[in-house]
Design a protein around this ligand. Structure first.
Ligand SMILES: [Zn+2]
Length: 143
């Protein structure tokens, strides 16, 4: 298991809502990193703040990854970038009002599932979640 202080170059994604780490892993397409980086997914880690949480640690070249999506989908998440053993950056993305072609609607009856050329558009709701503008389905990270 990778520990934070063992990471020399990489990123630690902490305070992920328990049960959604694997979904985020797939959203970031971390399975495609093989060779460039080693990835650890920790599930149901005890946390004083929130009871349980998931953590993703990536050691290696993460320059091709876009972590902003994590902050869009779960504003609680903390993203820490480590270079040469030192924390160099904490990524705290603002949630945009609209997400276009970043996440996909999971409603099989949605027009975006039927029309291949249809843009995937989600709008931010006051609760900080995203809803498909076509079918109103709220986006949830798959457990
Ligand atoms: Zn939809």
């Amino acid at each position: 298991m990778l520990k934070v202080d063992e990471i020399q170059n990489g990123v630690v994604i902490d305070h992920i809502t328990a049960g959604t780490g694997l979904g985020l892993y797939h959203l970031l397409e971390l399975e495609k990193l093989n060779g460039d980086a080693s990835v650890a997914l920790l599930q149901n880690v005890r946390s004083e703040k929130s009871g349980k949480k998931d953590i993703i640690k990536i050691e290696g070249d993460v320059s091709r990854l876009n972590f902003d999506i994590l902050g869009y989908l779960d504003p609680q998440i903390s993203i820490t970038v480590i270079e040469n053993g030192h924390i160099t950056n904490k990524i705290r993305p603002q949630q945009p009002k609209r997400l276009v072609n970043i996440i996909k609607c999971t409603n099989p009856r949605c027009i975006t599932a039927i029309e291949q050329d249809c843009d995937q558009i989600f709008a931010l709701t006051p609760s900080g979640r995203y809803r498909c503008v076509y079918c109103e389905q709220e986006f949830k990270v798959k457990p």
